[in-house]
Design a protein around this ligand. Structure first.
Ligand code: ATP
Length: 239
């Protein structure tokens, strides 16, 4: 059963200059759930996450986190409230070690005081990062870099963790691994907003999903229902 919505997006309008790419998009993310935004290349998924994170301005619409209107808040204030984005393409500091990258996720004085215990939690989830904690991030494999990026997000003690295409560019075995971690993070009580092109796996881990097509919401529903939906099966599951 879904809890009360932790994150609410109402009628988001997002543009790059004169070019509007997201039109009247509304969605809700219930506490404790994994909610997915799916859609093909260029549908506006990354754009939406960046606007929710506050790194891209909204042209219109409203955002609410735990009942608070956050529409006008700058990105750092949203992070401080627990709305944390793990960007597409990982964006680690390649010349810094794994551990230095992780510690950068603990950006505030309060988080820095808990850096030791949070590092231990991240290492417990990703033992491979612990083994490689002194290795330069730029020399990690693609899957390890993804783990490091997710781990850095966890260092900010997120209430809502937004993951942008965590499976992108990974070998099939690692794709499965990443989705397993998504499940584990959710099981620890972190609410997740997941953007993915891998619709097959996404509909297995998600509780609820929204389908975005050229900037418009075309379909939404519980993931178990979307998996059986004829249109989704034809357009996204290769049926
Ligand atoms: P992908 O999975 O390919 O990243 P997406 O659904 O995340 O797809 P977006 O990256 O949000 O899609 O892109 C949505 C649209 O906005 C695309 O048409 C894209 O070309 C355009 N776009 C993205 N970034 C910019 C930018 N910085 N300036 C102008 N247009 C942009």
């Amino acid at each position: 059963p879904a809890g009360p919505p932790l994150l609410v997006a109402e009628n988001l309008e997002i543009a790059y200059g004169a070019v509007q790419v997201v039109w009247g998009l509304s969605f809700k993310v219930a506490q404790g759930q994994v909610v997915a935004l799916i859609g093909s290349n260029g549908a506006g998924k990354t754009t939406t996450l960046r606007a929710v994170a506050g790194v891209l301005p909204l042209r219109g619409g409203r955002l609410e986190l735990a009942g608070e209107d956050i529409t006008a808040l700058p990105a750092h204030a949203r992070v401080a409230r627990g709305l944390v984005l793990v960007p597409e393409g990982r964006q680690l500091w390649p010349r810094m070690t794994v551990e230095e990258n992780l510690v950068l996720g603990a950006y505030s004085p309060a988080l820095r005081r808990r850096v030791g215990e949070n590092l231990e939690r991240v290492y417990a989830m990703f033992p491979r990062l612990k083994e490689r904690r002194h290795q330069l991030a730029g020399t990690l494999s693609g899957g390890e870099q993804q783990m490091c990026a997710i781990g850095r997000g966890l260092m900010a003690e997120p209430r809502v963790l937004m993951l942008d295409e965590p499976s992108l560019g990974l070998a099939p075995r690692l794709v499965e691994e990443v989705f397993r971690f998504v499940r584990e993070i959710a099981a620890q009580g972190v609410t997740i907003l997941l953007v993915e092109q891998n619709v097959h796996y996404t509909l297995e881990v998600a509780d609820y999903a929204y389908v975005l097509e050229t900037g418009h919401l075309t379909l939404e529903g519980p993931a178990v229902e979307l998996r059986e939906n004829d249109y989704v099966r034809r357009a996204y599951l290769g049926a």
